[in-house]
Design a binder for this molecule. Sequence first.
Ligand SMILES: Cc1ncc(COP(=O)(O)O)c(C=O)c1O
Length: 371
Amino acid sequence: MVMDVMAAAARIEAAGGRVIHMEVGQPAAPAPATAIAAARAALVSGRVGYTETLGIPTLRARVARHYQEAYDIAIDPARVIVTTGSSAGFILAFLALFEPGDRVAIALPGYPPYRHILTALGCEPVAIETTRATRWAITPEMLLTAHRRAPLKGALIASPANPTGTMMTGEALRDLVAAADDAGIRFISDEIYHGLDYAFAPETAARLSDDAVIINSFSKYFCMTGWRIGWMVAPEPLVRPIDRLQGNLAISVPTLSQVAAEAAFDGRAEMEAVKHGYELNRRILLEGLPKAGFENILPVDGAFYLYADVASFCADSFAFAQRMLEETHVAATPGVDFDPRQGRHFIRFCYAGAAAEMREAVERIGAWLKT
Ligand SMILES: Cc1ncc(COP(=O)(O)O)c(C=O)c1O
């Protein structure tokens, strides 16, 4: 559906209209200058060859150090695996952990590729619907109820989440990881939006269980979507199987992107400034959208998403997003992409753009809804 919205936005732009893009979930800012400089230096040095399958050792060590700095936990660099974005991390984790037919719990609403990758690999995604009652998170009870119905092999959770922008508290995550571990359900934690938190600091599943698989990426906090670079922290027994899988599937991860990623950690001050921009955008939307008439907005804890209920305006969020685009030239994503059922009532705004655009979007939408 977001593709339809993007195509409609492109038509408006081709006809001379100016669209405010809040539909695509990626930062507007470039990668840190440190990353770009390191990639440029590596490029002019000449040869760009394969690297070690699990990643350049200094990058793996740098990622491990990041856990010490950000979460105050020691991670053995041998458990860090560099991947082609978190997207490749999911494929590797699923291939290493699951067999065709295995059932894996995911939250609804949620990031659609989880279920699509699982399905492509012959696994069965088990969607667990979340609601306001649990802050849009899966609880141990919900997980174990699904497990009793038919055994689950895994559970994949994101916090901060896409599309909702909600986060699990450290306590809620700890209880869920413990319940999964006790039941023999492998916990996979998508931590791609870590670093982009506004309400409280996120907890990493790496602290909570040695059996959990942590998936992360340079795409969001470090603004490196197109560099296609991410990482996993895997339980020690999984490292060798994943090494063999990645070696056969891809040989190694793009070398320049690895060099850039290592240097990205030195660009944190620049990325913190980008994050402050998201914080300002978040404030603009949180003040403006309720005034415009949006009465039910999910907790805007992290990432750069705001998930808003549009049921009081229209029974179909796709139709709402289409009309909003046609009449205000503001593009947002209908929730049906993330949740085939409840998503009919929601749209997702991405606030990773410029503050001036956020203000203008709120004004345009407010004026439109008053007419
Ligand atoms: C929750 C979530 N996980 C994973 C990804 C994939 O990101 P990448 O492959 O760029 O690391 C995205 C991208 O939007 C996402 O929203």
